[in-house]
Design a protein around this ligand. Structure first.
Ligand code: 3HC
Length: 273
C-alpha cells in the first residue's frame, strides 16, 4: 500500500520521499508506481505532464535520515507491531519539526502503542487507507487517547483537501471501524470453504453476483494478503475475545505455507506473476 499512498501524494503535487528498506525494494516500488501512472495515462485520466511531474516529485531512499525535514510521515511497513514500534522510535529521533505529524497506515497495531514509542504522542495518528489506495476514496482517521485535536484537524484537512479522499473518524480499537465489520465476513467465507460448505468460486460468485460486491470475499482476502488478514484477525481476537474474530486453521496454515494471495501468486485463487 506504501506505493499507492506515495503515488496519490505525488499526484496531489506534494514533494514525496519514499523511505524503503533496500535499493531493491526502492526499484520495485518505483516500477509499481510507474506502471500505475502509465495505466492512468493510457486511460486518459492523466496527461504526460501529470505523470512526469508526479515522478519528478518522488524520490526513493533507504536512509531514514532523509525524512528529517518532513511535515507529514505516513508509515506503511510490514503489519508487525514490533517492527512498527521500532520505526516510530526511529522516526521520533529523525523528524526535526516537533509539530510534524507521524501517521500510520496500520490495520492492526493500536495507535496508542505507536504514540507511546515516541516523545510526541500528541502528533501520532492513524491514517488507514483501503486497498487499492489510488482507487478507494476512504481514509479512516484514528486518534489515540493522547492524539491532540489539532493533529486530527490538520491530518483530516490534508487527506480531504490535498489528497481528495473522504474521511471517517474511528476509535483506536482493534479493527477500527471498517475492519471490525469486514474481517468477520471474510473469516466466515474462509470457514465456509474450510468446512466444504461451498467452493471458492461459488462463494465469490455468490457475493459478487448476488450482492453486487465488486469482488468476492476470498478474492478480496487474496488481494489484501492472507498475512494481513491474519494479523488484523489476531488483533481483533486478542482485544475482544469473540470467536467470530478467531482466524480459522485454514488461514493459519496457508500463511505458514507462504500462500499469501496475489502478492505470492497463490492464495484461494491462482495469479499470473
Ligand atoms: N492501483 C491503481 N489502480 C487500480 C488498482 C491498483 N492496485 N486496481 C485497480 N485499479 C483501477 C483500474 O486501473 C481500473 O481503472 P480504470 O477503470 O481506469 O481502468 C479501476 O481501478 C477498476 O479496476 P478493474 O477494471 O481492473 O477491475 P474492477 O472494476 O474489478 O475493480 C477493484 C478492481 C478496484 C479492486 C474493485 O474490485 C474493488 O473495489 N474491490 C473491492 C476492494 C476492497 O474492498 N478493498 C478494501 C479492502 S480492506 C482494506 O484495504 C483495509 C485493510 O486494512 C485490510
Amino acid at each position: 500500500m506504501g506505493a499507492g499512498i506515495a503515488e496519490i501524494c505525488a499526484l496531489a503535487g506534494l514533494d514525496v520521499v519514499v523511505c524503503v528498506t533496500s535499493p531493491a525494494s526502492a526499484e520495485r516500488g518505483r516500477a509499481r508506481i510507474v506502471r500505475s501512472l502509465d495505466h492512468a495515462l493510457r486511460k486518459g485520466k492523466l496527461t504526460e505532464q501529470d505523470r512526469d511531474g508526479a515522478l519528478e516529485r518522488l524520490s526513493f531512499t533507504a536512509d531514514l535520515d532523509a525524512l528529517a525535514d518532513r511535515q507529514i510521515v505516513i508509515e506503511s511497513v510490514l503489519e508487525d507491531e514490533a517492527v512498527k514500534v521500532q520505526v516510530f522510535r526511529a522516526l521520533d529521533k529523525v523528524v526535526d519539526d516537533q509539530r510534524a505529524i507521524l501517521a500510520t497506515n496500520t490495520s492492526a497495531t493500536p495507535i496508542m502503542k505507536l504514540g507511546r514509542a515516541t516523545e510526541r504522542a500528541g502528533h501520532v495518528v492513524g491514517t488507514h487507507f483501503f486497498n487499492p489506495a489510488p482507487v478507494l476514496p476512504l481514509v479512516e482517521i484514528v486518534p489515540s487517547l493522547l492524539t491532540e485535536e489539532d493533529t486530527v484537524t490538520r491530518i483530516a484537512s490534508f487527506v480531504t483537501e490535498k489528497l481528495g479522499k473522504q474521511v471517517v473518524r474511528s476509535p483506536d480499537r482493534a479493527g477500527f471501524m471498517v475492519n471490525a465489520l469486514l474481517i468477520p465476513y471474510l473469516l466466515s467465507a474462509i470457514r465456509m470453504l474450510e468446512s466444504g460448505f461451498a467452493s471458492a468460486e461459488d462463494i465469490d460468485s455468490g457475493m459478487r453476483l448476488g450482492c453486487a460486491h465488486p469482488m468476492g470475499p476470498l478474492r478480496l482476502v487474496d488481494m489484501i494478503g492472507l498475512d494481513v488478514i491474519n494479523a488484523v484477525a489476531e488483533s481483533l481476537h486478542a482485544e475482544f475475545r469473540e470467536p467470530h474474530y478467531s482466524p480459522p486453521p485454514l488461514l493459519l496454515r496457508m500463511v505458514d505455507a507462504g500462500l499469501l494471495g496475489k502478492k505470492t501468486g497463490r492464495g484461494f485463487h491462482e495469479y499470473a506473476r
